[in-house]
Design a protein around this ligand. Structure first.
Ligand code: HEC
Length: 170
């Protein structure tokens, strides 16, 4: 091989190496993005489990000791919570988040306030990252319809089943 040919081979090798390098760099960026999306979802699952969201928002979750399969999580419940505020029903969160963008949720989570017994103050303290994680996890479960009864004001007696909260007089 002459000197000229060798030089051409070197350039060719270099080009091949560069292409291989850049393709692998490019794909590792994508793998990384995919991983961080997945780990945000996993963190969301952890927050949902530790935050007790299923205790109220998933039918039968607490009585089963947390054994309800994940595909039935957070579909809301028709077990009412009756007290001086009227009767509230845990929202179907899979539909709720399906009707919100992640950005809308990030803003809403900071100021969310509901009737009892929803612990809305726990949502207010979520960092932006954790609010996103909760959103991503719930969205990963998929939107699924499941109608829960509408809120009833204090002067209306709810149909069974409901839990009655007796609040001591001040
Ligand atoms: C003690 C029961 C209980 C627990 C625990 C609970 N929720 Fe709720 N949640 C409710 C009830 C009841 C409502 C409906 C409140 C109303 O009608 O004002 C509600 C409503 C909501 C709403 C809808 C608010 C809106 O704008 O209408 C969101 C979002 C929500 N809960 C998220 C969560 C998340 C996330 C968790 C876990 C960190 C959680 N909840 C834990 C009972 C609960």
């Amino acid at each position: 091989m002459g000197r000229g040919e060798k030089a051409i081979m070197n350039v060719k090798n270099c080009v091949v190496t560069c292409v291989v390098l850049s393709v692998s760099l490019f794909s590792s960026v994508f793998v990384f993005a995919d991983d961080s999306e997945k780990s945000s979802e996993m963190r969301g699952k952890y927050l949902v489990e530790f935050g007790g969201c299923n205790d109220c928002h998933t039918t039968g979750y607490a009585p089963s000791g947390g054994a309800t399969p994940e595909d039935q999580w957070l579909l809301g419940d028709s077990l009412g919570y009756n007290g001086p505020w009227g009767t509230t029903y845990p929202t179907n969160l899979r539909e709720y988040f399906g009707n919100l963008t992640e950005e809308e949720w990030v803003v809403r989570a900071k100021t969310l306030q509901t009737r009892p017994p929803m612990p809305w103050w726990s949502i207010n303290v979520l960092t932006e990252e954790d609010a996103r994680a909760v959103y991503r996890f719930v969205r990963s479960l998929g939107v699924k319809a499941n109608e829960v009864p509408a809120y009833l004001p204090p002067d209306q007696v709810p149909a069974l089943p409901y839990l009655e909260w007796h609040v001591p007089a001040e």
